[in-house]
Design a protein around this ligand. Structure first.
Ligand code: ATP
Ligand code: MG
Length: 379
């Protein structure tokens, strides 16, 4: 199963995302008053945001999954069939990028993973530690090499990858005393659908969700998956189980309808809310993001930047959104901070090199004059 999972994981990451936009995200409905609400340049603090939710005073975020190095081709072109120059190794892996950004926000956090006893592993652990991530549940495996990904951009913007994940230390993630302690310490679990290629990771994740929810904690879920992944035996069930426990759902574009019966955006959002998801945040790359909950829809334009390297933007966005949301900020502030995080991420080469401390994101948001659209309509 692991190989099949890896195949679909590869399919997902090898393909350039095709986003489908509908006008509901581009403009959104009018507010109930019939007048569009104007939002001034935000002063970004959780208290200024209003509508604080009841969350643990000191949240602690847990993610479980792959830790990799990424090695990037210096030239644009097709694949790796001739000698070429590379930059890297950069610390990477979607869960690692996410949790690094959570730490940069100043929120307590930990990752469960595994690396080899090699420089690629040390590089990752050093980075995560220096950002403030608790890595005590990252196993250092003597025999296997740290996972890796070679990436080269094509002129079209698509990417070619050569991965070593399933045959790497990533496959050595197992439950032990350290993972137990990490789960015990968590108040929030973030799930990356693409990490569920391993049955062990799936089991650990479901266990963490059950225990954290039983203590009154919360779950966020970025499917980071393509429809083909659903063909893997057990995968749909695992993703459905995660979704059933999800408070905050963070899909990218077409991933919104990955697990819904309804295939239109408005229908899928209504269905997800009916199934118990509190809030849905849809990432739209350079077009920004949209937030939906029972009280309506909010869109915020992206911060205009020159894109250098889009890898990791979604993970950085999610890290900031989750940390800001757990801090009790309003949806608008969460969206603005996460947009700033994604925008920063794409301007710097390397998957987590563009991760940004909270204070700097707050400065960026405060300077930004992009309007928010706040159509507060009942769904
Ligand atoms: P990945 O899974 O590859 O990390 P993703 O598809 O989950 O990415 P994106 O939608 O590409 O996530 O990006 C996340 C967020 O980052 C966007 O919603 C937006 O706020 C911001 N962002 C991404 N690209 C740009 C850009 N070119 N300009 C400004 N902001 C951007
Ligand atoms: Mg993503």
């Amino acid at each position: 199963m692991a190989m099949v999972g890896f195949y679909f994981y590869m399919c997902k990451v090898l393909c350039c995302r095709a986003y489908e936009f509908r006008s509901v995200f581009a403009a959104g409905p009018e507010p109930q008053t019939g007048r569009r609400m104007q939002v001034s340049t935000p002063h970004v603090t959780a208290s200024a945001a209003g509508s604080p939710r009841s969350r643990p005073a000191s949240p602690s975020v847990l993610v479980i999954g792959e830790i990799l190095v990424e090695i990037m081709a210096d030239t644009v072109g097709d694949g790796f069939l001739e000698p070429q120059r590379f930059s890297g190794p950069y610390p990477s892996g979607a869960p690692a990028i996410f949790i690094d950004q959570v730490a940069r926000h100043g929120t307590r956090c930990a990752i469960v993973g595994a690396v080899g006893e090699d420089d690629f592993g040390r590089l990752n652990l050093d980075r995560l530690r220096s950002s403030g991530v608790d890595v005590s549940a990252v196993k250092v495996v003597p025999v296997l090499a740290t996972g890796s990904a070679f990436v080269r951009y094509r002129a079209s913007g698509e990417r070619d990858f050569v991965y070593n994940i399933v045959g790497s230390a990533c496959a050595a993630i197992t439950a032990d005393a350290a993972t137990e302690a990490a789960i015990d310490n968590a108040t929030h679990v973030h799930v990356m659908g693409s990490s569920l290629f391993s049955p062990v990771v799936t089991q650990l994740t479901l266990d963490a969700i059950t225990r954290v929810k039983a203590r009154g904690g919360t779950v966020s879920f970025d499917p980071n998956s393509r429809k083909e992944m659903l063909a893997i035996p057990g995968m749909r069930e695992a993703l459905e189980q995660v979704l059933a426990a999800t408070d905050l759902f963070l899909p990218s574009g077409a991933e919104l309808t990955l697990l819904t019966e309804r295939t239109d955006e408005a229908g899928a959002i209504a269905e997800l809310l009916d199934r118990g998801v509190q809030a849905i945040v849809v990432k739209h790359g350079a077009k920004g993001a949209a937030y939906h909950d029972r009280s309506g829809t909010l869109t915020v334009d992206p911060i205009p930047v020159t894109e250098v390297d889009p890898t990791g933007a979604g993970d950085s966005f999610c890290g900031t959104f989750v940390a800001t949301w757990l801090g009790g900020a309003s949806p608008e502030i969460c969206l603005r901070m996460a947009n700033a995080s994604g925008a920063r991420a794409v301007t710097i080469r390397g998957p987590m090199e563009g991760n940004t401390p909270r204070a700097e994101l707050e400065r960026l948001v405060a300077q930004s004059t992009t309007p928010a659209r706040l159509p507060v309509s009942a769904t």
